[in-house]
Write a protein that binds this ligand. Structure first.
Ligand code: ADP
Length: 427
């Protein structure tokens, strides 16, 4: 799948998710309003029926249209303009509200226009124990003063409506879960894509790394096939040395890849021994790096801030670690390499810092350099060979020793990698 298709899928998914969430909110709002309207309609019908019954009992057959008004969401007044028997009113209200499926606590208030007082007030609870609870009623509206009327107050209307919305809550939860799964699926696609790119890069790099020595070996062996070469022992030795060196180089590369593959399992068994740092460093530098750096007109210096540093480490792995860091310091330097190694011992922690004057690493790439297979993107230009495994191995070995590695770098100025290893290995 191309990057463009992936980007389109991602954008479309985000847009769809936003639209789905917005639609869900809109539907929930609409459903809530509908619940409220339905409640209002049922209550109005029930109250109208109550009023009709009350008037009929008083032999009053006047019009009952628009005698019910909703003063607030949960407060209704009914203008009866006639005598109101509170006991009859209570019975009628219970019956009519029940018929309309309004199963919720309510409060009855009967207003006496003569005395301008509430002459009867009762809280009716579906749960009998709450019969006397003192719920603050809504205020009686003054403009209805000229008529005798009663009012019904539903103090728990919000709770009732919220309960009615439970199915919507459940559907929102399902939608939310679906969106989380979708986000996870997209994240997995991106991760897989990155992994497959890394894998492709790795195969490319490996092919590059093996191609050159193999080509050299092939050419040299072609030369050796010539029977006349026997007459020229110097040339013969030369080509045999080339083959031997390239084979060694290839073996070293294969060894490195195998080592990295092993490091992927995140545990390496260490053979600890007491080692003196300075001679080990000199051995690595003098044998390989001094000649290499000198051939490029550069220099390498070692600065010991403490005399005779000894520590308990796996010598072979630690040599590989230092070798990897020095390899990088030389590889990622376009000018004459100038490398400074500083060693110190403080509070039983040995630090080895390798500072170069190379191309440096930008801030956004710096946190990733220790990731497996990570190579700083250089477009399609593979001028510096590598597998993106070296620093990952270096960090693993440091951690296995109970230590750590830190890096600081500035583009075009250089980088400094500093490893910290405890003097004594903690078992
Ligand atoms: P590689 O085999 O590619 O060198 P590493 O794991 O050793 O793999 O390094 C990861 C990446 O970090 C490299 O591809 C390189 O871009 C960057 N890097 C490592 N060391 C240095 C350095 N001393 N200077 C600049 N860049 C570096």
């Amino acid at each position: 799948m191309s990057n463009k298709t992936l980007r389109i899928i991602f954008i479309l998914s985000v847009v769809c998710a936003i639209l789905t969430i917005a639609t869900q909110f809109f539907l929930i709002k609409k459903a809530y309003e509908l619940e409220k309207t339905t409640f209002n309609t049922h209550v109005t019908i029930a109250l109208k029926n109550v009023a009709v019954h009350l008037l009929k009992m008083n032999n009053n057959f006047s019009q009952v249209d628009s005698i019910v008004s909703q003063v607030e969401d949960n407060f209704y007044t009914v203008r009866v303009n006639d005598k109101i028997d509170s006991t009859v009113l209570e019975t009628l209200l219970k019956r009519e509200l029940n018929t309309q499926q309004i199963k919720i606590d309510f409060e009855i208030l009967v207003y006496d226009c003569e005395s301008e007082n509430v002459k009867f007030r009762k809280y009716i609870s579906l749960n009998k124990t709450e019969e006397n609870s003192d719920i603050i009623p809504a205020k009686f509206p003054k403009n209805l003063k000229e008529n005798n009327y009663f009012a019904v107050h539903f103090p728990h209307l919000d709770t009732f409506l919220n309960k009615e919305m439970i199915t919507w809550g459940f559907s929102s939860l399902v939608l939310f879960l679906f969106l989380v799964i979708l986000a996870y699926a997209i994240f997995t696609i991106f991760r897989q894509k990155r992994l497959s790119e890394i894998q492709k890069d790795f195969v490319n790099n490996m092919t590059h790394e093996f191609k050159t020595p193999l080509a050299t070996i092939k050419i040299s062996s072609e030369v050796l096939k010539n029977p006349n070469i026997i007459n020229n022992p110097e040339r013969l030795l030369n080509y045999a040395t080339i083959i031997s060196n390239e084979t060694e180089h290839l073996t070293h590369q294969v060894e490195r890849v195998l080592q990295m593959a092993k490091s992927g399992r995140d545990v390496i068994s260490l053979n600890k021994e007491w080692v003196e740092l300075q001679p080990m460093l000199e051995e690595i530098i003098d044998k390989t790096y001094k000649p290499l750096i000198r051939s490029r007109g550069g220099d390498i210096k070692v600065q010991m801030l403490c005399n005779s540093i000894h520590f308990e480490v796996d010598k072979l792995h630690l040599k590989n670690v230092i070798g990897n860091l020095l390899d990088n310091a030389v590889k990622y330097c376009k000018n004459k390499p100038s490398i400074l190694i500083t060693c110190n011992e403080e509070k039983d922690i040995i630090s080895i810092s390798i500072k170069d004057n190379g191309i440096g690493i930008s801030k956004e790439n710096l946190p990733h350099v220790f990731d497996r297979f990570y190579r700083i993107p250089t477009g399609n230009l593979h001028d510096v060979k590598g597998f993106g495994l070296g620093l990952n191995y270096v960090r693993l070995i440091c951690k296995q020793h109970g230590g750590d590695i830190k890096v600081s770098s500035e583009v075009e100025k250089g980088s400094e990698f500093c490893i910290f290893i405890p003097k004594k290995f903690k078992r």
